[in-house]
Write a protein that binds this ligand. Structure first.
Ligand SMILES: Nc1ncnc2c1ncn2[C@@H]1O[C@H](COP(=O)(O)OP(=O)(O)OP(=O)(O)O)[C@@H](O)[C@H]1O
Ligand SMILES: [Mg+2]
Length: 505
């Protein structure tokens, strides 16, 4: 018998959850020394398939072989001991502990007395980080690090196991552009050593750049495996959604009205923050916020919402001075903010989808008795309009796929019918089909005369749905570009925006 050409082969994998067939004869064949992208819409079964490999879930059926040998890992520990490491979509870190303790948790190096050998732990962490050029102090408390740094720590940790198979589940969702390049260098080095990498991401350009092969899943099923060279973005989308998607963006019919929000000389209080930002948001307008990572776009939104303390400046809403000193006040003034870290900060994990949907809007359900029927219909609205893939509204939110959890949080804030909707990276981690629905919801709000402000790192989406784009550079407003004048009808817009983004760097 000829030797098996695959490092890992998963065939006919089945997994049933209550009410959901998460995997239905799923398949993945990974060759050594390659990057294999695993793609599919939110809830397609990507993370579940990987958790079945990694011993987190027990598969109901199917076979897994490594180098032709059948394997079944009963726990992550077991998988790690056998050369399989995984970086999860959710960061499971002990925030109070320092970096090296997180890296070595469960396998602390010990000295002759059996005590944890901190010096050794430090040296080994440092060695791994140095090899990968990860610039993080092993002794720093992990909760003090940015999410992107925490993610790099996780990647370092996975590599520290010297695994032959490395699974990366949406590793770049919160990385800066430089960090993504960095990760890709690490991946290249590992594949050169023969490691096989399974790479899950919704970012089409990254996939086509970094991967050798692509497997697409839909509804828990294997749909296709192709060489990345033969694939185009359009073809991947077609395989993922099972139909032709000709338009990435819905038609724009919103009409710009009077000034809704007038912001003058606005600054945050504590660095890093934004400085002396002046702009107006109109009724019916979708105002984009562009900038490089670190340009303080998130700080601007959070300060407007009263989540970060304001340092100076004025705000009026249709002529009425407002302060938004607290987020409660901002909400009373008709603001809603959907944060970038919504899954880390916005989920009530132990509660149902219904609870998670209506929680920002409780006041509207009447007192003393809550109107259960309205809560039901509102939750149904969230599930239907944003297409949350779930067996029902009483399902616990933590059993939804990562992308579907995010959709619930977005729905929660849309239910409050805000006058000013602030969105920070609204489509991050969300699949192509659902992105379209979210664009549609944003444009619908604008058509109803609301004002929407949206931070995004995806230039096409800013150009696709915004009326004007504020460009932030190093905490300051570098310029405002306008549809029809600077972009939209006139080509060459990306350069204008990039040049502004670099203005104060
Ligand atoms: N622990 C669980 N209990 C019940 N259902 C689950 C559980 N984990 C996943 N599911 C369901 O299995 C299906 C597949 O989910 P999975 O997390 O694998 O999707 P995914 O492809 O990783 O999506 P995403 O891109 O959103 O991360 C979904 O319908 C999800 O709700
Ligand atoms: Mg997932």
């Amino acid at each position: 018998m000829s030797e098996n050409q695959y490092l890992l082969e998963m065939l006919d994998i089945d997994k049933q959850f209550p009410g959901v067939k998460a995997l239905d004869h799923a398949r993945l064949q990974l060759r050594p020394g390659t990057v294999h992208a695993l793609m599919g819409e939110n809830g397609a079964g990507k993370s579940t398939l990987m958790k079945c490999l990694f011993g987190i879930y027990t598969r109901d059926g199917g076979t897994v072989t490594m180098n032709g040998e059948p394997v079944t890992f009963t726990s992550p520990r077991d998988a790690l001991d056998n050369g399989v490491a995984m970086v999860h979509q959710e960061l499971n870190q002990v925030l109070r502990r320092n970096v090296m303790e997180n890296v070595w948790l469960g396998r602390f190096p010990t000295n002759r007395l059996g005590l944890v050998d901190s010096r050794k732990m430090y040296a080994e962490t440092k060695a791994v980080f140095d090899r990968l050029e990860i610039d993080v102090d092993p002794k720093q408390t992990i909760g003090e690090l940015s999410v992107s740094k925490r993610q790099m720590v996780e990647i370092g940790k996975a590599v520290s196991y010297n695994a032959r198979i490395l699974v990366l589940d949406e590793p770049t969702s919160s990385l800066t552009e430089d960090e993504v390049e960095h990760l890709f260098r690490i991946m290249k080095r590992l594949t050169a050593e023969g490691v096989g990498i399974i790479y899950i991401s919704h970012k089409m350009d990254e996939i086509l750049r970094i991967s050798d092969e692509v497997t697409v899943m839909r509804d828990g099923k294997w749909i296709a495996t192709r060489s990345a060279k033969e694939l185009t973005k359009e073809e991947i989308i077609r395989l993922m959604v099972g139909r032709e998607m000709t338009n990435q963006f819905p038609p724009k019919n919103n009409k710009i009205g009077g000034v809704l929000l007038d912001v003058k000389d606005f600054s945050g209080r504590f660095e890093p923050t934004c400085h002396n930002v002046t702009f107006q948001l109109h009724r019916g307008e979708v105002l984009g916020v562009a900038g490089l990572v670190g340009s303080r776009r998130t700080e601007l939104l959070n300060s407007l919402f009263g989540y970060f303390t304001r340092g100076g400046g004025e705000m009026t809403m249709e002529g009425r001075p407002i302060n938004n000193v607290t987020t409660a006040e901002a909400r009373k003034n008709g603001f809603a903010l959907i944060t970038e870290e919504r899954r880390a900060t916005g989920i009530f994990a132990e509660n149902t989808i219904l609870f998670n949907s209506i929680i920002a809007n409780v006041d509207s359900y009447g007192k003393p008795l809550l109107n259960g029927k309205k809560m039901d219909t509102d939750t149904d609205w969230v599930i239907d309009t944003i297409r949350v893939k779930t067996p029902g509204k009483k399902t616990h939110i933590k059993s939804l796929s990562g992308g579907n959890q995010q959709k619930v949080i977005i729905g929660r804030w849309l239910l409050t019918q805000p006058d000013v909707l602030l969105l920070d990276e609204p489509t991050r981690g969300i699949d192509v089909g659902a992105k379209y629905e979210i664009y549609q919801l944003i444009l619908n709000l604008a058509e109803q005369g609301k004002g929407v402000m949206m931070v995004s790192s995806e230039m096409p989406e800013l150009l696709g749905i915004c009326d004007r784009i504020l460009v932030m550079s190093n905490g300051r407003l570098a310029g405002i570009v306008e549809r029809g004048k600077d972009f939209g009808d006139i080509p060459g817009e990306q350069e204008t925006i990039m040049a502004l983004a670099a203005k104060y760097v």
